[in-house]
Design a binder for this molecule. Structure first.
Ligand SMILES: [Zn+2]
Ligand SMILES: [Zn+2]
Length: 242
């Protein structure tokens, strides 16, 4: 314990934790990942929201209520939540993690996700965490799956098993960039397959990903996991497109 503290003090002195946005040295003992000037630039999604898809209602006095989309057609997942809006300093950091392949930034973002408390979801009550899989080709190009980095941080925090083998991507899906919600859902339809049922049967599953855009990919994953026997599926992402 003492040795661990000693070494982490030396490591902090040599490689002090820096603010992810402005790279200012964070004061000793600060567990955050943004300095006090940059932290207010992160828009945490703590407002009233749709209890199913997690769409937020800024400044709504009505409290949590189902959105029009979920009333019309319930998604295949049971609930989706994100920590913060996909914009500004968070968007920049996610890009550095994913496209700049900066795993130090990834570790900090994973901590941001794991330390966030979702008031209406008990993540510790789930059986399994499954990252949204990348196709093998994309995994080879990037060198890691960002959704798995996030899944591992959640799994460690809540002592829930992480399994990246139960869900696989069959086809190299075309990029979702520039597609609308309908096109995105058509683009990912049938793209995933799940492992034999015993791993998933009656299991409460969390899917993780970095960004919730239209929910098309996450919904397709949830549909596949439920077909394979999962009892419920919650989608937890770091960020959500506003
Ligand atoms: Zn800063
Ligand atoms: Zn909704």
């Amino acid at each position: 314990m003492i040795a661990g503290g000693f070494f982490s003090e030396i490591s902090d002195a040599l490689f002090p934790p820096l603010c992810l946005a402005c790279t200012k040295v964070l004061p000793g003992g600060d567990e955050g990942i943004f300095c006090e000037k940059c932290r207010p630039l992160v828009r945490f999604l703590t407002q009233s929201h749709c209890p199913v898809c997690g769409a937020v209602y800024p400044d709504s006095p009505a409290g949590d209520h189902l959105c029009g989309r979920c009333l019309e057609k319930h998604p295949d997942y049971d609930t989706a939540r994100a920590v913060c809006a996909y914009e500004g300093v968070v968007l920049d950091a996610i890009h550095r993690f994913k496209y700049g392949r900066d795993l130090t930034v990834g570790a900090a973002l994973a901590r941001l996700l794991a330390d966030f408390r979702f008031p209406d979801i008990d993540l510790g009550s789930f059986d399994l965490i499954v990252p949204v899989p990348l196709h093998l080709q994309r995994l080879r190009d990037r060198g890691f799956n960002q959704a798995l980095v996030l899944a591992c941080a959640l799994g460690k925090k809540y002592a829930v098993e992480v399994d990246f083998s139960v869900l696989k991507r069959k086809d190299p899906t075309l990029s979702q960039t520039g597609l609308d919600k309908k096109e995105r859902s058509r683009n990912v339809r049938g793209s995933f397959c799940a492992a034999p049922a015993e791993k998933l049967l009656e299991k409460k599953v969390i899917i993780t990903d970095d960004v919730y855009t239209t929910g098309a990919t996450i919904n397709e994953c949830a549909k596949t996991l439920k077909k394979a026997g999962a009892a419920s599926v919650a989608a937890i992402t770091l960020a959500r497109v506003p």
